[in-house]
Structure formats: C-alpha cells, structure tokens
Ligand binder design. Structure first.
Ligand SMILES: [Zn+2]
Length: 48
C-alpha cells in the first residue's frame, strides 16, 4: 500500500532554502527528494 505524505526534507514546500554561513537565504533549490512536488510516496516496508 502506498500513501502520500509531506516531504520532510522541504516540509511540503517542494524546494529547500540554501543559506550561506550567516544564515541568510541565498537561493531556493528544488528538493531532490520529492522532485519539487512537496509530496513523497511512502511505501510500506516489504516483508523479508
Ligand atoms: Zn521535498
């Protein structure tokens, strides 16, 4: 069974803030974990 949930890497936004060392946001980058959708398909663990 598959279910969609918010991507926790980008908190459902679909992009990640790239910050410099002072903590200022430099740019936004598409989240590679969800491909910019902000949602990930979570698959149930397969039994071994
Ligand atoms: Zn994401």
């Amino acid at each position: 069974m598959k279910k969609q949930k918010d991507c926790h890497h980008c908190e459902g936004k679909g992009y990640i803030d790239i910050r410099d060392c002072s903590g200022e946001i430099q740019r936004e980058e598409t989240c590679v974990f969800c491909g910019g959708t902000g949602q990930v398909i979570e698959e149930k663990e397969v039994k071994k």
